[in-house]
Design a protein around this ligand. Structure first.
Ligand code: EPU
Length: 429
C-alpha cells in the first residue's frame, strides 16, 4: 500500500455490498486521472506558479505531488481539488520515492525532468499488471531528441547535453510515449514532429496546458503533432483538468447494469461516443445527451454485443472490464476483444466466483450472459477491474465482499460515496 501522507488508507479494508438496488440520481465527474498525472509532471517544465483545478484526489496524483516537493517544487493545496505548483527552484533530477514504482504515470517525470534539467533519474514505473508493458517507444522518442536512455538498477535514466527537435515516428500508438515526448520536446531547440501519435483527450489536455504556459504545440488530438521548442514556460495561469471519460463511462455502464437512471454531469459527451453507441446497441438503455451531461436509463436486459478495444476514438481499454461485467448478465453470447494490452482479463476469475459464465481465449473473452449473479467474496485485481467487480456486486443477489481496495483508491475519487448517494447498499469497513 502507498503511504501518500495525504490519504489514510488501510489495506485490510473491504467493501460490503448488498446487491439488487437500482441506482438513481446525479453524479459529478472529477478531472481525468490520466490527464492529471501528466499535468502534475508537466508543471515541472514551468517557471512560476501554476494553479491546477479539477484535480482528482487520488493516490497516484498525491504520490506525484509529494515527488514535486522532494525535488524542490512548492505545492499548496488551495482546496480539495485545486493545487498550486511552483517548480521555479527545482534542484534535483532524481525521483526516488518508492511509491512511484507502484504507478504508471511516474514515467512522465522522465520527459519533464529531461526537458527542464536535461537529466532524469526516475524509479521504474509499475501500474496495473496487464502483462509486459514495454517503454521502447519512449526510448525511441527521447533518443531522437538527442538523449541517452537506459533502464538499469530499477531506474530509468535519460540525459542530454542539449535536446534538439527531431522527427519521431512511433511504431506503436502509445498514450504514454506521446505525452512523454511532448514533455521532452517543448523546451528543445527547433521543431519536433511526432507521427502516429495517440489521440486521447488527455493528450489534447496536456498540449492545452503547455500552450497556455507558452509552449507551441499544434495537432494534438490528431496523429501528427508538431512542437516548436520555446526557451521557457511561464506560470501565473490557472488550468482545469479535462473531465474523466473513464469515470463517466463507468457510471454509465453501472446505470445500464443496475437498470437504474443516472445522470453523469460535468463531462464532454463527445468523448463518450464509442460507449454511447455500444450501449445503444445492447438495446438496454435510453440515453439523453446535453452539453455537459449524459443520462443513461436502464430499461431492459441488455442483448449481447461484440466489443473490441482500440485507441481513441475507439472503445477504451479502460472500460473493458466494465463492459464485460455488463455482458455477464446480457442475453446471448457477447465477445470482447482486447487489442491494447496482452493480458487484461485477469479479473475474470473473480467474476466467475459470482456465477458469471466467461471463457477467455488469448485476447478474447466469450461471455455467456446469465440471468443473475450471486454475491460472494472477491478480490480486485487492478483499478478498472475493481470498479467492474463492484458493479457486479451491485447487480448480484445477496452480499458481495470486495477486497484489495488499494487498486480503486489509485484512480477513482470518492467512488463508494458516489455509489451510496445513488442508492447503493454499500459500506467500506
Ligand atoms: N507500448 C509499447 N511500447 C511503448 C509504450 C507502449 O509497446 O513504449 C504498448 C503497451 O504495452 C500497450 C500499448 O502500447 O500494449 C498501449 O500502451 P500505452 O502506452 O498507450 O499505455 P500507457 O501509457 O502505459 C495509459 C494509461 C492506461 C491506459 C492506456 C491506454 C496512464 C497513466 N495510463 O497507459 O490507463 O489503459 O494508456 O489508453 O495514463 C487505467 O487508467 O486504468 C490505465 C491502465
Amino acid at each position: 500500500m502507498h503511504d501518500t501522507g495525504e490519504l489514510d488508507l488501510d489495506t485490510n479494508e473491504k467493501l460490503v455490498i448488498n446487491g439488487g438496488k437500482r441506482l438513481k440520481g446525479e453524479v459529478n465527474i472529477h478531472g481525468s486521472k490520466n490527464a492529471a498525472v501528466a499535468l502534475v509532471a508537466a508543471a515541472i517544465l514551468v517557471e512560476g506558479k501554476v494553479v491546477i483545478e479539477n484535480l482528482p484526489e487520488i493516490v497516484d496524483v498525491n504520490i506525484l505531488l509529494n515527488t514535486i516537493k522532494d525535488i524542490g517544487g512548492v505545492v499548496e493545496h488551495l482546496s480539495h481539488d485545486t493545487v498550486s505548483i511552483d517548480c521555479t527552484d527545482i534542484n534535483k533530477h532524481k525521483a526516488d520515492d518508492y511509491d512511484l514504482s507502484a504507478m504508471r504515470g511516474s514515467y512522465y517525470l522522465v520527459g519533464a525532468l529531461l526537458g527542464r534539467k536535461h537529466n532524469a533519474e526516475v524509479i521504474s514505473p509499475g501500474g496495473c499488471n496487464f502483462g509486459i508493458r514495454p517503454i521502447d517507444q519512449h526510448k525511441k522518442g527521447f533518443e531522437a531528441l538527442g538523449a541517452s536512455f537506459e533502464t538499469t538498477g530499477g531506474y530509468i535514466r535519460a540525459k542530454a547535453r542539449r535536446l534538439t527537435g527531431s522527427q519521431v515516428y512511433f511504431d506503436k500508438i502509445s498514450v504514454g510515449a506521446t505525452i512523454n515526448v511532448i514533455l521532452a520536446a517543448v523546451l528543445a531547440d527547433g521543431m519536433t514532429n511526432i507521427e502516429n501519435a495517440a489521440r486521447e483527450p488527455h493528450i489534447v489536455d496536456v498540449a492545452n496546458f503547455l500552450n497556455m504556459m507558452g509552449a507551441d504545440i499544434k495537432g494534438a488530438g490528431t496523429s501528427v503533432i508538431r512542437i516548436r521548442g520555446v526557451e521557457k514556460l511561464h506560470g501565473g495561469k490557472t488550468y482545469s483538468v479535462v473531465p474523466d471519460m473513464i469515470e463517466a463511462g463507468t457510471f454509465m455502464i453501472i446505470a445500464a447494469a443496475t437498470r437504474g437512471n443516472i445522470t453523469v454531469k460535468n463531462i464532454i459527451p463527445e468523448h463518450m461516443e464509442s460507449l454511447t453507441v455500444k450501449l445503444k446497441e445492447t438495446d438496454a438503455v435510453s440515453i439523453e445527451e446535453g452539453d455537459d451531461f449524459i443520462t443513461v436509463k436502464g430499461i431492459r436486459r441488455p442483448k449481447a454485443v461484440l466489443v473490441q478495444t482500440l485507441e481513441y476514438p475507439g472503445f477504451p481499454t479502460d472500460l473493458q472490464p466494465q463492459i464485460v461485467g455488463l455482458l455477464a448478465i446480457a442475453e446471448g453470447q457477447g465477445t470482447v476483444v482486447e487489442s491494447i494490452f496482452e493480458d487484461r482479463f485477469r479479473y475474470v476469475d473473480q467474476m466467475l466466483q459470482l456465477g458469471a459464465d466467461i471463457r477467455v481465449e488469448g485476447r478474447t473473452a466469450l461471455i455467456n450472459g446469465v440471468h443473475k449473479l450471486i454475491g460472494a467474496p472477491i478480490k480486485a485485481t487492478d483499478l478498472r477491474a475493481a470498479a467492474s467487480l463492484i458493479m457486479c456486486g451491485l447487480v448480484a443477489e445477496g452480499t458481495t465482499t470486495v477486497y484489495n481496495l488499494e487498486y480503486l483508491d489509485r484512480g477513482y475519487e470518492g467512488f463508494v460515496k458516489k455509489l451510496a448517494e445513488l442508492g447503493a447498499d454499500i459500506k467500506r469497513v
